[in-house]
Design a protein around this ligand. Structure first.
Ligand code: E4P
Length: 215
């Protein structure tokens, strides 16, 4: 499974990329807003210079014409840019137009497998069902992610599924076991994936035993 980092924070991105485990980055307007005082396009360009993989940058327009215009501008920033477009009728239409121009689109704010089917048919390169936000309203978010993956896999659509709105290491593990293409993971969750108390105890024991051999 590919792991994307779900952040616009340069420090977090540099740190995770340095470890050698990050396949891409996803941002959204809320994540960009957290990085106060930063110019959106400059941040995206900087991220693209750090990550050797796809970097999602979201359009703000809601009508097809302006989504396409914004998408084309974003795509010019770097070959790594994937234009992120919210799932609406206009968004799906804009996806078809951009995909025909060979611009990679990540259709976001997907909450049902039928939405994923339409996004796949429009030629999306990535489709992002939101697990955590579905869980928040009492649905089974990962079940929807699995259904989206099943549809894309069954018909060999070009799209890869990105499990988004990931809230825990259990979410990541379940995605990996379910065979989901990609999980986009917040930095905090990624750091938790490193931790196991038995690893820490094991290191302590190895070191203390080693010290005994040194007299
Ligand atoms: C990813 O592309 C989404 O922007 C992100 O995962 C949303 O996560 P949230 O529901 O925690 O805001």
């Amino acid at each position: 499974m590919k792991i994307f980092l779900d952040t616009a924070n340069i420090k977090e991105i540099k740190d995770a990329v340095d470890i050698g485990i990050i396949d891409g980055v996803t941002t959204n307007p809320s994540l960009i807003a957290k990085e106060q005082g930063c110019d959106f396009r400059e941040v995206i360009k900087e991220i693209c210079g750090i990550v050797n993989g796809p970097v999602s940058a979201e359009v703000i327009a809601l009508d097809c014409e302006n989504m396409v215009k914004e998408g084309r501008e974003l795509a010019k920033l770097s070959d790594h840019v994937v234009v992120k477009i919210p799932f609406t009728r206009d968004g799906v239409k804009a996806t078809s137009i951009l995909a025909a121009d060979e611009i990679n689109v990540n259709v976001t704010l997907v909450f049902s497998p039928n939405q994923a089917l339409l996004a796949a048919k429009a030629g999306a390169a990535y489709i992002s069902p939101f697990a955590g936000r579905l869980d928040d309203i009492g649905h089974d978010g990962l079940e929807v992610v699995q259904q989206c993956q099943d549809i894309v896999s069954a018909y060999d659509y070009e799209a890869e599924i990105i499990a988004a709105s990931i809230r825990s290491t259990t979410h990541v593990l379940d995605c990996a076991l379910m065979g989901i293409d990609i999980a986009t993971v917040p930095y905090g969750v990624l750091m938790q994936m490193f931790k196991h108390p038995l690893t820490d105890i094991g290191i302590e024991k190895f070191l203390s035993d080693w010290k005994k051999t040194q007299g």
